[in-house]
Design a binder for this molecule. Structure first.
Ligand SMILES: *[C@@H]1O[C@H](CO)[C@@H](O)[C@H](O)[C@H]1NC(C)=O
Ligand SMILES: *[C@@H]1O[C@H](CO)[C@@H](O)[C@H](O)[C@H]1NC(C)=O
Ligand SMILES: *[C@@H]1O[C@H](CO)[C@@H](O)[C@H](O)[C@H]1NC(C)=O
Length: 345
């Protein structure tokens, strides 16, 4: 058995999902689990659930809180500028009983990405709106149009340009992206890709949420501002159903965070739900799912999942985080940490 936690973590970073739920009874609903230790988000979701709100209300509330708090500069306005210095937002909500999805990607100049995703969920027959057109939709739905720049995002962008646009995500182009800014042209031969993209908690992240309300309905969601210095137009796994998050009321739900360009190849959250459908417990489902990516990883990746089943099974055994720390928050916030990752292949 090979312990893979250290060899595959790009940065041995701290990951602390938070969770709120009742404890000690057969009936574990309602509850909410989120990736990372964004406590305000967890608490606000809990307020919704404990006052009779729906799972979708809780997911929206957690996401909105992080968008307002600009969690880690990786959720909401004013973070993760792309190559042009612009911040755009990606978000989705999925409803367990109906499998209905509302999602936006590349949303420009509107701060409330997860609330716009909810409008796609509830006010359209569609599932996914993108870019400038998603902005037009949001404006029709009454959202305010405003800049998503912050001093921090502009400084981050200017520093990046001053540093020859390093790091960036170009391959097989000239001039050499390892030491020059664009514009680039494609080259036919393969330029060896020796550079390491620094993917860590600070330059990319997502709030991922799994919630169950009093009636036992499940919902999941995500919100992110993407990957810092990404090529403009890049969309990661977060808003894609089955990739960033997935839920089926008959089984359970899952949400993920990590290197989205890799994670979306594996449809990890769909896979976690399918493993539960086959009879695995939530933690086993999370571990088996992450093994898929770990077995085939060619470079350092980080990937993490929170998973819960339709019975509201939760706790340290019902969700699994590949990286260093786990957290659990009951009605009064509480964080438990797992001292080492334990995923083996
Ligand atoms: C729970 O079910 C009851 C009865 O069907 C309904 O009135 C209520 O709105 C539901 N609550 C949520 C949070 O969905
Ligand atoms: C949490 O919310 C409080 C009250 O809105 C706010 O003052 C605080 O900055 C938030 N915390 C974070 C980490 O954003
Ligand atoms: C639930 O409560 C019991 C008894 O107070 C405690 O030992 C246990 O750690 C709690 N479980 C969780 C998941 O917090």
């Amino acid at each position: 058995m090979l312990l893979l936690c250290l060899c595959l973590v790009a940065i041995t970073d701290e990951v602390m999902p938070s969770m709120v739920g009742t404890n000690g009874s057969q009936d574990s609903k309602p509850f909410v689990i989120i990736t990372w230790d964004f406590l305000n988000a967890t608490q606000n979701a809990w307020k919704q659930l404990s006052s009779g709100g729906s799972a979708v209300d809780a997911v929206e509330s957690a996401g909105s809180t992080c968008e307002r708090d600009q969690c880690d500069h990786t959720v909401g306005w004013g973070g993760s500028p792309d190559e042009n210095g612009e911040t755009t937002l990606d978000s989705m909500i999925m409803d367990g009983p109906t499998l209905n999805v509302g999602a936006v990607a590349g949303l420009r100049r509107v701060k409330d990405a997860i609330s716009v995703a909810r409008r796609v969920l509830e006010n359209t027959d569609h599932s996914f709106l993108v870019g400038e057109m998603a902005t037009e939709f949001a404006k029709q739905m009454g959202f305010k149009e405003e800049s998503l720049d912050s001093e921090w995002s502009q400084k981050t962008h200017n520093d990046w340009k001053a540093n020859k646009c390093q790091p960036n995500f170009w391959l097989n182009v000239m001039p050499d992206p390892k030491n020059s800014c664009g514009p680039y042209k494609q080259v036919k031969r393969d330029v060896p890709n020796t550079g390491k993209h620094l993917i860590n908690r600070e330059n990319h992240d997502t709030i991922g949420i799994v919630a169950m309300d009093r009636n036992g309905s499940l919902a999941v969601g995500t919100s992110t501002n993407g990957l810092r210095h990404a090529i403009s137009g890049r969309v990661g796994d977060s808003p894609i159903p089955g990739a960033g998050a997935y839920v089926d009321q008959q089984v359970g739900g899952a949400a993920g965070t990590g290197d989205g360009d890799i994670m979306m190849r594996y449809l990890l959250t769909y896979q976690a739900v399918e493993f539960m459908r086959m009879g695995l417990a939530p933690q086993q489902a999370a571990e088996e799912t992450l093994r898929r990516i770990l077995k085939r990883a060619h470079r350092s990746h980080i990937a993490a999942l929170v998973v819960a089943d339709k019975n509201g099974q939760y706790g340290l055994k019902s969700y699994y985080f590949y990286i260093k720390l786990m957290g659990i928050v009951l009605q009064a916030p509480r964080v438990l940490t797992l001292s080492e990752a334990s995923l083996t292949v």
